[in-house]
Design a binder for this molecule. Structure first.
Ligand code: MCN
Ligand code: MOS
Length: 753
């Protein structure tokens, strides 16, 4: 392998996706595609009212249908235990347990399971289950005064009320985002197989250890009795960190029937079988001096949650963080209504929080008559104002200037409706993006065989992000191995423990763990190469040895290398296997287990504040006659620290930007006010951005390695790209039209209004 090829393999190279071929050829198997013998099919029954109780369920006709094996309802229940919520240190997003009582708390609630020999038989029989209800008026909207409110997050700095009273220029507006749905290509489906007192579950998962915890709790069994397998995931976007109630139903049914049971939610069923991003509302009042210096922010936000669980979409996650504002007073509340417990969706909290703050900044820029980018620079935070800590790295100024330059921002004329081409009004808008660096410990195992082939193992997930690829690159870098000789195995609870592919942290966590383990393996190889008198380099210290393309060699003498395979043979073992991890030294076994099985350890460092940053610019064209909005250009510059793989990082960034485009212009659950039912519960009516909506995208990397943030110097990537998009687009639409739309999506009717 020559030097150039070697670099191509290492961390930091833009290597092609290692799992690309198996995915495009269909060889990668997804959860629902496994075919254990003797499998049954379960179809869930969902409620058709949002509030009340079931007075009767008539399953007689359904039971008579061919192929039907069992029908489970609260009248013929299987026991499911209540799981521990994430908020309480567990792994469950929702603590709802189906079959346990007659209560209805949201429309489309999973209330039963019909199990049959084929999917078609189960589907047909499920359609014949008749449920009678005693219906109550549901709480549909979070601003209903009857909806119980709970304070969930506060940010307070200085004296914002007093500072606001003295501010020369003030703006105050309300911003809103609707319920949004993650919509991965692979819908939610699982297979549970109970055999020999143990359960195997094929489940698409961002976090198999969390799934193992929750499933064990549901069934009242030990974690070790549960194996969760999830090598490939067809996207999650925050919708697969944990298993949902259809998985509980599949698991208990399989145990009761001692046959494998597959439960696949239909696309419409996914709209209420799990949550999506809660709707948000926030009021921001911002005060500044004439010169543009921000003095105060008063902020109150609200998001909806279910009647049984508190999930908060923190609308103040970035409010006090991005700019140097000395006085902030912010409260976020959650309101409980008749809805399924909402959950994570790409940049939960940061995303709606940035929508509010970044549109407010644009409004302030116009109130002051200062260019929106200039206003941001005048309020640049040289350290984290909220935590009072230095940034580990923050190349946001570089991001602003690189993106502005590539976009041509200097040619923008400030006045709304001042740029046009024919019938089209042109709008240029921008926003800041940020996402924190979260951290959790992880383990890895490296197994080297006598052919010099390496297997890298971790329970962590690759949900389309590139984990397979960057872990091969990490090992390739330390061991100087061609990455085609490296196989990565992921997504199985039997593999070394890892936390969630969520909070844009898995890349940092796993490259750190694999690097540490690879170094330990390298040291073993050095010892084998130099330890004994009959070693290839007799009695040689590790310091004199190095790795090169041919294996281990003396420093400066690559021509006399001994291959890794030969060193394995020399060990007398078939393989050399090393397991290591990034747990804190001295931590007990229980603490380690908790760290990967629950959300107890999403931490940020204490001496520094570590975040990724971005500057996002867009051009929109608004047809003046038809009111249609098209995004014509998107330019973003990002600081995500060191990039482990620039090609994959770009793919992540643009994925986030495209999702943000959909959020800005198209997405939103439409709720029927009569019965709190989501009416557009399918991909024909719930619109997401498709190829034809997406323009040219330019991304620019301005990051530098940040070893305070993570072991390998990278920062968060996966969610960053979506954070400022909706605000940038909304700001661009204002610039084009003079119309400020503060509630998403920015649909045609709102523009014509
Ligand atoms: N990366 C990099 N350099 C870094 C950090 C990351 O090159 N410094 C690249 C790597 O290819 C890595 C990927 O970016 O695999 C994502 O890394 P990271 O930011 O650590 O995010 P996670 O691995 O934790 O993935 C989860 C994240 C989240 S939280 C959501 S939501 C999301 C996202 O990733 N969902 C996705 N991106 C997604 N992409 C796809 N295709 N599908 C989803 O469901
Ligand atoms: Mo991502 S929404 O943190 O899974």
């Amino acid at each position: 392998m020559d030097k150039q090829e070697q670099n191509y393999q290492a961390l930091g190279a833009g290597r092609d996706r290692g799992d690309g071929v198996v995915k495009v050829t269909g060889a990668a198997r997804y959860a629902a595609e496994y075919q254990p013998e003797n499998m049954l099919y379960g179809v869930v029954v969902q409620s058709t009212i949002a509030s009340g109780r079931m007075t009767d369920i008539d399953t007689a006709e359904a039971e008579r249908q061919p192929g039907v094996v069992a029908i489970y309802t609260h009248l013929n229940p299987l026991k499911i235990n209540k799981p521990t919520a994430i908020a309480d240190g567990g792994a469950a997003q929702s603590t709802y347990t189906p079959l346990q009582d007659d209560k209805i708390i949201h429309n489309g609630q999973n209330i039963g399971l019909v199990v049959a020999e084929t999917f078609e038989q189960a589907t047909w029989a499920a359609s014949l289950v008749k449920v009678r209800y005693e219906e109550e008026k549901p709480l549909v909207w979070m601003d209903d005064p009857a909806a119980e409110r709970q304070e969930s997050a506060t940010v307070e700095m200085g004296d914002a009320h007093q500072a606001m009273a003295q501010a020369e220029v003030k703006i105050k507006s309300c911003y809103a985002t609707p319920r949004e749905y993650n919509m991965p290509m692979e819908p939610h489906a699982c297979i549970a197989s109970w055999q020999d007192n143990a359960l195997t579950v094929w489940e698409p998962s961002q976090w198999v250890m969390g799934a193992q915890t929750e499933i064990a709790e549901w069934l009242g069994i030990e974690q070790q009795q549960v194996r969760v397998i999830s090598p490939y995931v067809g996207g999650g976007f925050g919708s697969k960190p944990v298993p949902y109630t259809h998985v509980a139903l599949a698991c208990v049914a399989s145990r009761a029937l001692t046959r494998p049971v597959k439960v696949a939610l239909s696309r419409p069923q996914t709209f209420t079988g799990l949550g999506g991003r809660p709707a948000t509302q926030q009021t921001i009042e911002m005060g500044a001096a004439q010169d543009g210096k921000l003095l105060a922010i008063l902020h109150e936000g609200l998001s909806d949650t279910s009647l049984i669980d508190t999930f908060a979409e923190g609308t103040n996650k970035v409010t006090g963080r991005i700019y140097d504002v000395p006085n902030v007073y912010s409260r976020h509340y959650v309101a409980a209504i008749n809805t399924v417990t909402p959950g994570w969706m790409r940049a939960p909290g940061e995303n709606p929080s940035a929508f509010g703050l970044e549109v407010a900044m644009d409004e302030m820029a116009y109130a002051l008559g200062i260019d929106p980018l200039e206003l941001r620079l005048r309020n640049y935070a040289e350290q984290d104002p909220q935590e009072n800590l230095p940034w580990s790295t923050r190349r946001l100024k570089e991001a602003y200037s690189a993106a502005a330059e590539a976009f041509g921002w200097k040619d923008r004329t400030m006045a709304p409706r001042s740029m046009r081409e024919g019938r089209e009004l042109i709008g240029w808008g921008m926003a800041t993006a940020t996402y924190p660096v979260n951290k959790a410990p992880a383990e890895a195992r490296l197994i080297l065989n006598s052919q010099g082939e390496l297997v890298v193992q971790s329970a962590g997930a690759d949900i389309g992000t590139g984990t397979y690829t960057i872990l091969a690159q990490t090992a390739a870098e330390v061991l100087c191995l061609d990455s085609t000789r490296i196989k990565v195995e992921l997504g199985d609870t039997r593999l070394p423990r890892a936390g969630v592919a969520g909070g844009s942290q898995l890349a940092g966590n796993l490259t750190g763990a694999v690097h540490k383990t690879a170094v330990a393996l390298r040291d073993r190889l050095y010892a084998l190469a130099g330890a004994s008198s009959d070693a290839p380099f007799p009695q040689t210290d590790a310091e004199q040895l190095t790795l090169c393309a041919g294996g281990v060699c003396l420093k400066g003498q690559p021509e006399r290398a001994v291959s890794l395979g030969d060193l394995v043979r020399l060990s007398g073992e078939e393989t050399l296997a090393v397991t290591d991890g990034t747990f804190k030294p001295g931590e007990s076994a229980e603490e380690r287990d908790k760290a990967v099985h629950s959300m107890s350890r999403m931490t940020t460092p204490e001496e520094f504040s570590s975040h990724s940053w971005g500057a996002q610019f867009v051009e929109v064209r608004v047809d003046e006659d038809f009111g249609t909005v098209r995004v014509r250009r998107m330019v973003s510059a990002f600081d995500s620290g060191r990039l482990y793989n620039p090609k994959l990082a770009r793919s992540q960034w643009i994925g986030g930007m495209v999702m943000g485009l959909g959020q800005a212009l198209l997405e939103g659950g439409a709720v029927d006010p009569r019965n709190a039912r989501i009416v557009n519960n399918n991909l024909a009516d719930y619109l997401i951005a498709v190829n034809a909506d997406v323009p040219e995208i330019i991304t620019i990397d301005v990051g530098e390695p940040d070893h305070h943030a993570t072991l390998m110097g990278g920062k968060a990537v996966g969610e960053l790209g979506i954070v400022g998009m909706a605000a940038a687009i909304s700001n661009a639409v204002y610039h084009a039209t003079g119309k400020r739309i503060r509630d998403l999506p920015l649909s045609l009717e709102k523009l014509l209004d």
